[in-house]
Design a protein around this ligand. Structure first.
Ligand SMILES: [Zn+2]
Length: 298
């Protein structure tokens, strides 16, 4: 997944977050309390855009299940159709599947994956078709309707497009949440952002950089070597430790691409930490059950 270059205000906000992480997290924790969160939960999702992700997901999912960690998957329809047995097996182990659109999100060009399918550049009718086809493909391949949605390259989908084009389609399809915004929204709104009565789960940032995404893509060794550096696992472990030490409530809502972290010892150590410390994990649908209804918070 690719978020492109950051502008100057993003850089300044990020620097602010790195200067004052503790007050930002304590405010986040207060909002989480008001939303009904009694403690910290892990909400781990995987973005599976390539055939390598399918193979890696098959292995990782079993390991995580053994650690008692719940998993959510965002897989484009084309990738579900290409690897139905792998994803059906993952579903049968209890994982949650999101609607992640239908068209491929990346294409291999001269040995390097390049991102494709940007909703902001597509005609609204094409976006609607892709959302509908993604929903239908989860249902036909997995056998269960997805309850929520994540757009391709989600940080790049303008809010107006989410609100005016995508959400009405999701509601028609019977979906009832999305998770496609950056950590800045979790700093502003808490673990769940009730936007015009629609629950959106922003990603969680890093403990010492609350505005910075904690995803595997940002820590890749290079565009050609799609494995995380050791820094990724170190920051993930630090974030888990800090949030525990600071008694932060809410959701550690993070995602990774399975092939980026499959052989990373730092990632598995972080997951073992979650398990050893008894931090419960949730799917998105489960997290909504913890949350109080928005009529109470508004
Ligand atoms: Zn994707």
């Amino acid at each position: 997944m690719n978020f492109g270059g950051a502008d100057i205000s993003t850089i300044l906000i990020d620097r602010w977050g790195r200067t004052f992480p503790r007050p930002i997290w304590s405010r986040y924790s207060q909002m989480a309390k008001e939303q009904g969160f009694d403690r910290l939960y892990l909400l781990l999702s995987f973005d599976c855009d390539t055939p390598e992700d399918a193979q890696a997901a098959a292995v990782l999912d079993e390991k995580l299940k053994r650690l008692g960690i719940r998993r959510s998957y965002a897989v484009p329809g084309t990738m579900l159709e290409a690897n139905p047995d792998i994803y059906r097996a993952i579903f049968s182990r209890g994982a949650e599947f999101l609607n992640h659109g239908y068209l491929p999100h990346t294409q291999l060009q001269e040995g390097v994956y390049r991102s494709t399918t940007f909703y902001a550049k597509m005609d609204p009718q094409e976006v609607i078709k892709d959302v509908e086809n993604g929903h239908r493909t989860v249902q036909s391949v997995i056998g269960k309707k997805p309850a929520g949605f994540r757009a391709p390259h989600f940080g790049r989908v303008p809010l107006a497009l989410q609100r005016d084009v995508i959400r009405p389609v999701l509601k028609d399809l019977g979906e009832y949440f999305s998770t496609q915004t950056m950590p800045i929204e979790s700093v502003k709104h808490g673990p769940v952002w009730w936007d015009h009565h629609w629950p959106e789960f922003p990603m969680t940032g890093q403990s010492r950089a609350p505005y910075s995404l904690l995803d595997s893509y940002s820590f890749l060794q290079s565009p050609a070597v799609r494995k995380v550096t050791s820094q990724y696992g170190a920051i993930l472990r630090q974030t888990i430790q800090n949030l525990m030490d600071w008694n932060v409530r809410g959701l550690l809502n993070i995602y990774a691409d399975p092939s980026h972290v499959e052989n990373d010892t730092g990632f598995m150590e972080a997951m073992k930490m979650i398990s050893d410390h008894g931090i419960p994990s949730l799917t998105y649908a489960q997290a909504l059950e913890i949350d109080v209804p928005d009529t109470v918070t508004e």
